[in-house]
Design a binder for this molecule. Structure first.
Ligand SMILES: [Zn+2]
Length: 454
């Protein structure tokens, strides 16, 4: 995209995120949006290309599965409004899909797609044909060299070329987040050097939106804080339900680029790559009534489990919540019901500490808050490889306790933080792990050199 397009896109996305702040604060899940990916002649999505393919088009498969999913959700959740973005073969720009979702007050956005992947070309011999070639020789005619061509016939093979079907198959679930890929998907990607993940190629300007720019990062942060944990939760449930059907479940994956519509919707959102359209088994499954219905039922089962978990937390017993939404501002630590399981003691040489906090291990979008003597010193901070620095003044006579509070679990629980603590003399490394039920804590003790005897 050209540089001057960026601010416009940022404005549209920021507008969508900020103008509908209330959609998600409702406790009951009442509105679900189902989006059949692609559509119309302008954006057919992937097509069956391999030899012997059904030549199916992704836009038709996504529509068929989406219609079954809408019907199944309506049947099993009659009190919930389920709204499809499209019910016919029409083209919709990603912003249009996002607008429908946001204006209808959607609280969940389910995007249905099918994967493709580039195909290798094969060739095979289908026969032979006769070909005339010429043997060149020279002879002397009246002391001059003369070229002579003698024709002869050879039999040469005739080939035909065809596209080799993909061997990979299965269903993967995507959420919008900084790029991360599940181990299962990594495995199949490692086995194929030409692996490509689908992007929203309907409009390259949107698929090339760069979330590493400061504007993009700000938007990503807003979305992540509000919806990432719930998106991740639903995605995990969908993967689990797909696994139960016996299909190859490829896990939950995160990415930033190419899933524009996911972060432009002001609600938790997932994208299901239902199967590989260029894998013969998957293509037939995706085109079959049985396959479409099975996927619709698996996704519905996951939504029902998600709904129970989310609603169970917000009404009856918040103390027993196994999920804490990052968009709900948590109470001050002292009134929180979590227990502090692990308390480390660190002896330091000074009452002035500099602390740098990182995500420990693989970067998986851990969001934490840090409390010092029961006051927040870090709030809703997304941990990265780049450290976040803060300073502490230890007070003599106080407990001087630092508590790590997990605002989410990241994608690889628990929520782990590496702290580099310097007291002006020494440097300490401390690893803390917290989850949604337990905090981690460290208590500082100031050890001063013994006073000289009088
Ligand atoms: Zn697609």
């Amino acid at each position: 995209m050209s540089k001057n397009q960026v601010p416009v896109l940022v404005l549209i996305a920021a507008f969508t995120l900020l103008i509908f702040p209330c959609a998600f604060s409702q406790k009951k899940l009442t509105t679900i949006i189902v989006d059949a990916g692609h559509g119309g002649t302008r954006d057919p999505g992937a097509t069956g290309q391999y030899e012997g393919s059904l030549r199916s088009r992704e836009k038709d498969i996504t529509l068929a599965i989406s219609m079954k999913l809408v019907a199944e959700l309506k049947k099993q959740l009659p009190d919930v409004k389920t709204i499809p973005t499209r019910t016919t073969d029409i083209y919709q720009h990603p912003t249009e899909k996002a607008r429908i979702a946001n204006e209808n007050g959607g609280q969940l956005f389910l995007c249905i797609h099918a994967d493709s992947g580039p195909l290798k070309q094969g060739k095979r011999q289908i026969g032979t044909r006769e070909e005339t070639r010429y043997k060149i020789s020279y002879k002397k005619v009246k002391k001059k060299k003369v070229k002579v061509s003698t024709p002869y016939t050879v039999t040469v093979p005739v080939y035909e070329y065809f596209k080799i079907p993909l061997t990979r198959s299965g269903t993967s679930v995507w959420i919008f987040a900084p790029h991360k890929t599940s181990d299962k998907l990594k495995t199949i990607m490692d086995n194929a050097d030409d692996f490509e993940i689908e992007t929203d190629n309907a409009d390259s300007a949107y698929s090339k939106f760069d979330f590493r720019t400061p504007e993009g990062k700000a938007l990503a942060d807003i979305y992540q804080k509000r919806f990432q944990e719930r998106s991740d939760k639903l995605a995990t449930l969908v993967n689990d339900e797909v696994d139960k059907t016996g299909r190859h479940a490829l896990g939950v994956n995160q990415r930033q680029v190419g899933i524009w519509v996911l972060q432009a919707t002001n609600m938790p959102a997932i994208l299901v790559e239902t199967g590989f359209i260029n894998n013969p088994e998957d293509e037939r499954y995706l085109n079959s009534e049985k396959g479409q219905q099975e996927l619709a039922e698996a996704i519905t089962a996951a939504v029902i489990r998600y709904k129970k978990q989310v609603e169970g937390i917000s009404k009856a017993n918040p103390q027993n919540a196994d999920v804490k939404s990052a968009d709900e501002k948590h109470e001050p630590l002292k009134s929180d019901s979590r227990t502090t399981k692990e308390q480390k003691v660190l002896q330091v040489k000074s009452n002035k500490l500099r602390i740098e906090i990182f995500d420990d291990g693989e970067i998986d979008n851990d969001i934490v808050s840090v409390y010092f003597n029961k006051k927040a010193v870090v709030e809703n901070k997304s941990l990265t490889v780049n450290g976040y620095v803060f300073n502490l003044d230890l007070i003599e006579g106080k407990t001087n306790e630092l508590v790590l509070y997990a605002d989410n679990l990241g994608t690889i629980p628990p929520n782990t933080a590496l702290m580099i603590i310097t007291d002006g003399v020494n440097r300490y490394e401390l690893r803390l792990a917290a989850d949604l039920k337990t905090n981690a804590a460290v208590r500082f003790e100031i050890t001063k050199p013994p006073k000289p005897k009088p």
